[in-house]
Design a protein around this ligand. Structure first.
Ligand code: DC
Length: 219
């Protein structure tokens, strides 16, 4: 087992994974990878080429052709990309194409990675696995405020419907479905602010570092 610390953070959309993961990476002095960007950038390339995000051959080719610049694009978080990313993420060839990049990223110096299958598929031996979740209502409100802050005017209902649709797609797909790893600690952020979630995660990580095995499951 690698001695480099891997912190795997999985969970549904808008549960607060990204904010938490970035902060943990800073506190732990580790590189951070938002793995959702890989699927978003693949989807963006497919859409730009007027391709079909459900076409496995085209989507896999775009996943294999990703460049670091693709991940820096400012237009990866639009509702159209949300949908297309969920579609390309369900394709086994796309997931296989993105696997080694994620493993190499983590193996170099250790890392904090967030996504849907980090603790189950990408780093099943990760020392720290957090499954960050929250109620649909709490997640929808957060995503709606975030979109409004970026000048994207959509109704709370449509954000809720979209999240429920993506939750169902992420959880029911055959390839790497969203589920907590058996040894993940569940962190429910429904009633936690970002600071409280960070503090709780730090406590969990400290407990794991001190113990011989993974920390007990909590809610
Ligand atoms: O976390 P996000 O919303 O940026 O992710 C975009 C899409 O990619 C979403 O449909 C889930 C999917 N995804 C995935 O299947 N596996 C990952 N490790 C990360 C994201």
């Amino acid at each position: 087992m690698s001695t480099k610390l891997i912190v795997a953070i999985d969970g549904p959309a808008a549960a607060g994974k990204g904010t938490l993961a970035r902060r943990l990476a800073g506190a732990l002095g580790l590189p951070y990878l938002d793995t959702g960007l890989l699927y978003r950038a693949t989807a963006r390339r497919v859409l730009d080429a007027a391709g079909d995000p459900a076409d496995p051959v085209a989507a896999e080719a775009h996943a294999r052709a990703l460049t670091p610049d693709d991940l820096e694009r400012a237009d990866l978080r639009t509702p159209a990309v949300d949908q297309a990313a969920a579609s390309v993420a369900s394709l086994p060839g796309v997931r296989a194409a993105l696997l080694s990049f994620q493993r190499q990223f983590g193996q170099a110096r250790g890392a904090v990675l967030d996504g849907r299958d980090i603790g189950t598929v990408i780093f099943p031996d990760a020392r720290v696995k957090l499954f960050v979740t929250a109620s649909v209502a709490a997640r929808a409100e957060r995503r709606w405020k975030e979109l409004a802050g970026r000048g994207i005017a959509v109704s709370l209902q449509s954000v809720t419907d979209d999240l429920e649709e993506r939750d169902a797609a992420d959880a029911s797909r055959a390839a790497a479905p969203l589920r907590p790893a058996a040894d993940a600690v569940i962190l429910d952020t429904t009633s936690l602010g970002a600071d409280q979630a960070f503090q709780r995660a730090c406590e969990i990580i400290d407990a794991i570092k001190k113990s011989a095995g993974p920390a007990p499951r909590t809610r």
